[in-house]
Ligand binder design. Structure first.
Ligand SMILES: Nc1nc2c(c(=O)[nH]1)N[C@H]1C(S)=C(S)[C@@H](COP(=O)(O)OP(=O)(O)OC[C@H]3O[C@@H](n4cnc5c(=O)[nH]c(N)nc54)[C@H](O)[C@@H]3O)O[C@H]1N2
Ligand SMILES: Nc1nc2c(c(=O)[nH]1)N[C@H]1C(S)=C(S)[C@@H](COP(=O)(O)OP(=O)(O)OC[C@H]3O[C@@H](n4cnc5c(=O)[nH]c(N)nc54)[C@H](O)[C@@H]3O)O[C@H]1N2
Ligand SMILES: [Mo]
Length: 764
C-alpha cells in the first residue's frame, strides 16, 4: 500500500528552475520578451489586470508578484508581437485554413481588423465595424424566432461584457446561453445548490492557512492552478495533511519547489505536498467518499460508546441539516465489496483517508474536472458535501468546500446572468431596469445547442470568445453543425479552427485582451472578475492594444445589440462609453453588488456574500440537505472489464496548453516531449492488449448510437495509472467523446469517462 507519497527518485519537483526556464522560453517565443516581462509584473496586482490564466484567488498581502509559469504563458500568448492581418487572410482560403491546427492558427498572432466571410472567394476579407454590425443585425432579425440563435460564452469574458451579452440576447428574445461552464463545473453548481443552496465554494483563500487537512480530488493544480500549489505548500509546511485522490500520480501534487521561495530555489530543495496519495479508478470517487463515511459512522459510534467525543458534529447536524438518517441508511446498505470495486481502492486505503478526516478539526475539500466530467458527478459533489456536513466543516474558519474553477471569470459570468435556466428574479430585474420583456422559456446549454444545430432548429451561432468547435465533443459533428448555420459570429483575440467553421454569413471580430489598455475618450476603463473564492476585483490593461481597430468585447456587444434590437429602450452606446454605467445596472439587478463602483476600486475588491459560508441555507428546507443517492450500479471501468479490449479514457490537459490553446508540445511533469498524440496506459494493460509500449494505435470510440468515432495515430505510453483506465489529451481526443452522452442533471459531456478500444496501426 503506497498511500504516503514516496520521494521522487529520478526527476525533479514541479515548479522550480524548470518552470523559470520554461517561462523565458515562452516570452522569447511570443516575440515580446520585454513587454511580456513588464506586463507580468502587473498581473494580479491591485493596479493591474487579472491574470487571464486560472481562477485561483489572489493573496491579501499581494504586493509581491505571484509568479506562475502558466500565467506567464497565458500573458505572453496574448501580448505577442505577431499579427493576423487582412493580408494573411488574403493569402489563404478558409478551406485551406481548416486543414491547419489551432496551434498554427493562433501562432499567426493577434487579429487586427473585423473580417467578413466572402463565399465567392472563400476568404475572410476586412469590413468596417458598422458593416459588420449591420450584417449581424439583419441576419439575426431574419430568423424565424430568436430561439434559432445560440449565444456562447467562454469564461474569460468580464462581468461587464457578460452582463451586456445576456442583456442583448434577452432583449432580442432568447435564453440560449451555451457556456463553457456546461462542459466544466456545471455539476458543482447543480450539486451545491441542491445541498447548500448556493452553487459556489464556501472557502476564502485565508482558510487554507488554518486547515488541518485538505483533500484534493480530481485536480492537477501543478499545471492548471499553479498558484494553488503555493497555498498547499504552505499548508504542508506547517504540518497540515494533504490527501490527494487522483488515478494518475501527478508530479505537482507530490513535490513542489516554489519559485517564490529564494532559499528553496537556491538550495535546489522542494516541499512534499501530498502526505497521502490515493489512486482511485476513473469515476470511483463517490464510492471512495462513501467508504470514508462508512468508517466515520462506525468509529463515531465506537468512540461515543467508550465515552469519548466522536467524529460527527451532532450539534451542527441537528441545527443546520436535514436528511442525515436517510443518507446513513444508504451508506450502511452499501457493501464494502461494492465500494472497493467501484472506487478501485482497498479498505485499508480508504481507512487511511478516514484517518485524515477524523484527525482534522478543520477540513477543506477541493476538486475540479476529475469530479465533474462523469455521469454521476452531481451525486459525487453531493457525497463530498455530505462528508463535510457530517463534521460541521462548512461555515467555519479553515474548513469548507472549494470547487476550483477553470476560466478566470467563469464564476462571475454565471453570477451576472449567463444562464440558460435563469431564475425569475433575474428576468424580473432586467425587465424592471431596462423596460424589456425577457423570455421565460429555458434556453439551450452546450449539448442542447449542438443538437439544435444538427437538427436545423438553430441557425445562428455567436461566440463570445472560446473555441466551441474544439472544446465540445464529436468534433466532426460540431464542425458540420456550425457550417450549416446561416450566421456565425466569432469574437476573438486570435484565429482558431472554430473560426474556420463558417456559416453562410460569417464574421470574425477582433477584440482587446485583458492585458491591453481600454480607453473610451478620457476614460480608462476597468472591468471586473470574480475568482473561485467569490472575490470580485477590478482589472485594467497596461499594454498598447494590438491594433488601433480593436474594440473591447463590450464595444462589440453594444454594436451588435444596437444594430439588432435598436437603442430605443436600452442606451447601448452609453454603457460602452463608461463601464461604470454597466456596473450600476448590475448593482440594480444582481444581489450583492451594492456600491459596486466604489467597492471594486478598493485594493483587493470585495467578497460577494456567500450565505452558506455563514450557515444560512437557501434550500427548500432552509437547511443544508444531505443527499441519499445510491452509488451508480456500475461505472465505466466496471463496464469496460466485461468487454474484451474495452477501456475507460479520461481526456485531460498537458502542461503546455490552455484548453484548446496549445502553447507547446511538451508535458514536462509527465515526461512527454515534442508530441501530444499519446495514450497513457498501465503496463499490464499494454501487455494484455498484446502490444508493446510505444506502439502506435488508433483510438476507437463507442458507436452505440450508430456514429463511427476514431482518433488516429497515437503512441501508447506505459504509465502509473490503474488498470482498465487510460488517459490522453483534449482536444485531440474530442472526436471520440460522444455528444449524445451526458452527466445526470448536469448535462456535461463525459470527458473523463469515455468508453474506448484500440486498434494497432500497421507499421508504415
Ligand atoms: N495552464 C492551464 N491552466 C488551466 C487550464 C488549462 O488548460 N491550462 N484550464 C482551465 C480550466 S477551464 C479548467 S476547468 C481547469 C481544469 O483543471 P483540472 O481539473 O486540473 O484539469 P484536467 O487536466 O482536466 O485534470 C483533471 C485531473 O483529474 C484527474 N482525474 C481524472 N478523472 C478522475 C477521476 O475520476 N477521479 C479523480 N479523483 N481524479 C480524476 C486527472 O488525472 C487530472 O489530474 O484549469 C484551468 N486552468
Ligand atoms: N475532452 C474534453 N473536452 C473539454 C474539457 C476536457 O477536460 N476534456 N474541458 C472543458 C472545459 S473545463 C472547458 S472550460 C472548455 C473550454 O472551452 P472554451 O472556453 O470555448 O475554449 P478555450 O480554449 O478556453 O478558448 C480559446 C479561445 O479563446 C479566444 N480568446 C482568448 N482570450 C480571449 C479574450 O480575451 N476575448 C475573447 N473574446 N476571446 C479570447 C481565443 O481566440 C482562443 O482561441 O472545454 C471543455 N472541453
Ligand atoms: Mo473549465
Amino acid at each position: 500500500m503506497t498511500n504516503v507519497a514516496p520521494p521522487l527518485k529520478t526527476s525533479h519537483a514541479a515548479g522550480g528552475w524548470g518552470a523559470l526556464r520554461s517561462c523565458g522560453k515562452h516570452l522569447i517565443k511570443s516575440g515580446s520578451a520585454i513587454t511580456g516581462a513588464i506586463t507580468l509584473l502587473k498581473a494580479n496586482q491591485s493596479d493591474g489586470f487579472d491574470c487571464p490564466g486560472c481562477a485561483w484567488g489572489d493573496p491579501e498581502h499581494g504586493s509581491s508578484f505571484e509568479f506562475c509559469e502558466n500565467g506567464v504563458k497565458a500573458v505572453s500568448w496574448e501580448a505577442t508581437a505577431r499579427r493576423a492581418t487582412p493580408d494573411f487572410f488574403a493569402k489563404h482560403t478558409v478551406n485551406e485554413l481548416r486543414g491547419w491546427t489551432d496551434y498554427d492558427l493562433e501562432n499567426v498572432g493577434r487579429l487586427t481588423e473585423p473580417m467578413a466571410y466572402d463565399a465567392a472567394t472563400d476568404r475572410y476579407v476586412a469590413v468596417s465595424w458598422d458593416e459588420a454590425f449591420a450584417g449581424i443585425g439583419k441576419a439575426l432579425n431574419a430568423l424565424n424566432s430568436p430561439d434559432e440563435a445560440e449565444f456562447y460564452t467562454s469564461g474569460r469574458a468580464s462581468n461587464e461584457a457578460a452582463f451586456l451579452y445576456q442583456l442583448f440576447a434577452r432583449a432580442y428574445g432568447t435564453n440560449n446561453f451555451p457556456d463553457c461552464s456546461n462542459m466544466c463545473h456545471e455539476a458543482s453548481g447543480v450539486g451545491l445548490i441542491q445541498s447548500i443552496g448556493i452553487g459556489k465554494g464556501t472557502v476564502l483563500l485565508e482558510d487554507f492557512e488554518h486547515a488541518d487537512a485538505i483533500i484534493v480530488i480530481g485536480q492537477n493544480p501543478g499545471t492548471n492552478h499553479p498558484r494553488m500549489l503555493g497555498d498547499l505548500r504552505r499548508a504542508a509546511k506547517r504540518g497540515a495533511k494533504v490527501a490527494v485522490l487522483n488515478p494518475v500520480r501527478e508530479r505537482g501534487l507530490e513535490r513542489f519547489a516554489d519559485p517564490q521561495d529564494k532559499i528553496e530555489m537556491l538550495r535546489g530543495g522542494s516541499t512534499s505536498i501530498a502526505t497521502h496519495y490515493f489512486q482511485p479508478k476513473l469515476g470511483g470517487d463517490m464510492a471512495a467518499i462513501r467508504g470514508v463515511a462508512k468508517i466515520v459512522f462506525a468509529r463515531d459510534a465506537a468512540e461515543r460508546e467508550a465515552g469519548r467525543p466522536g467524529f460527527i458534529d451532532n450539534a451542527f447536524v441537528a441545527e443546520h441539516t436535514v436528511g442525515l438518517d436517510a443518507w446513513r441508511a444508504e451508506v450502511e446498505a452499501t457493501s464494502w465489496g461494492a465500494i472497493e470495486d467501484q472506487s478501485g481502492l482497498s479498505y485499508d486505503e480508504i481507512a487511511s483517508l478516514a484517518d485524515v478526516y477524523c484527525g482534522a478539526k478543520r477540513l477543506i475539500a477541493t476538486w475540479a474536472m476529475g469530479v465533474t466530467q462523469h455521469k454521476h458527478s452531481v451525486a459525487t459533489v453531493r457525497e463530498i458535501t455530505n462528508l463535510l456536513l457530517l463534521g460541521g466543516h462548512i461555515g467555519r474558519e479553515g474548513a469548507g468546500l472549494c470547487p476550483v474553477r477553470g476560466h478566470s471569470n467563469v464564476q462571475g459570468d454565471r453570477t451576472v446572468g449567463i444562464n440558460e435556466n435563469p431564475p425569475s428574479w433575474l428576468l424580473d430585474g432586467l425587465d424592471r431596469e431596462f423596460g424589456i420583456v425577457s423570455p421565460r422559456r429555458p434556453g439551450h446549454n452546450v449539448l442542447h445547442a449542438i443538437q439544435a444545430m444538427v437538427d436545423g432548429r438553430s441557425k445562428a451561432f455567436i461566440g463570445l470568445g472560446g473555441n466551441f468547435l474544439r472544446a465540445t465533443p464529436d468534433t466532426p459533428v460540431v464542425e458540420q453543425a456550425l457550417r450549416s448555420c446561416k450566421l456565425t459570429v466569432q469574437i476573438a483575440t486570435k484565429p482558431n479552427l472554430g473560426h474556420m467553421a463558417v456559416g453562410e454569413i460569417a464574421y470574425l471580430l477582433p477584440c482587446l485582451g485583458r492585458t491591453e489598455i481600454d480607453r473610451s475618450g478620457d476614460i480608462k476603463q476597468i472591468v471586473t472578475v470574480e475568482d473561485s473564492m467569490s472575490m470580485v476585483h477590478g482589472s485594467g490593461g497596461i499594454n498598447k492594444p494590438a491594433s488601433p481597430h480593436l474594440k473591447s468585447e463590450i464595444g462589440v456587444i453594444a454594436g451588435m445589440a444596437a444594430a439588432t434590437v435598436g437603442s430605443a429602450r436600452i442606451d447601448w452606446a452609453a454603457m460602452a462609453a463608461d463601464y461604470d454605467v454597466i456596473r450600476d445596472k448590475i448593482a440594480a439587478v444582481i444581489p450583492g453588488f451594492e456600491g459596486y463602483n466604489a467597492r471594486v476600486r478598493q485594493p483587493r475588491g470585495f467578497h460577494l456574500r456567500n450565505a452558506a459560508s455563514e450557515r444560512e441555507w437557501n434550500t427548500a428546507s432552509g437547511k443544508a440537505e444531505f443527499s441519499a443517492a445510491p452509488l451508480p450500479a456500475e461505472v465505466e471501468h466496471q463496464q469496460a472489464r466485461r468487454t474484451a479490449g474495452a477501456f475507460v479514457l479520461q481526456t485531460f490537459r498537458s502542461h503546455d496548453q490552455y484548453n484548446t490553446t496549445i502553447y507547446g508540445l511538451d508535458d514536462r511533469y509527465r515526461g512527454v516531449y515534442g508530441e501530444r498524440r499519446v495514450v497513457f496506459a498501465n503496463p499490464a494493460d499494454i501487455e494484455a492488449m498484446g502490444a508493446e509500449p510505444n506502439a502506435r494505435i488508433d483510438v476507437i470510440g463507442s458507436s452505440d448510437d450508430g456514429r463511427t468515432r476514431v482518433a488516429e495515430d497515437f503512441r501508447l505510453v506505459a504509465y502509473d495509472i490503474p488498470r482498465g483506465c487510460v488517459a490522453g489529451y483534449y482536444p485531440e481526443l474530442n472526436s471520440v467523446v460522444p455528444f449524445t452522452k451526458a452527466g445526470d442533471m448536469s448535462d456535461t459531456p463525459l470527458s473523463k469517462s469515455v468508453m474506448v478500444s484500440f486498434r494497432k496501426r500497421e507499421a508504415a
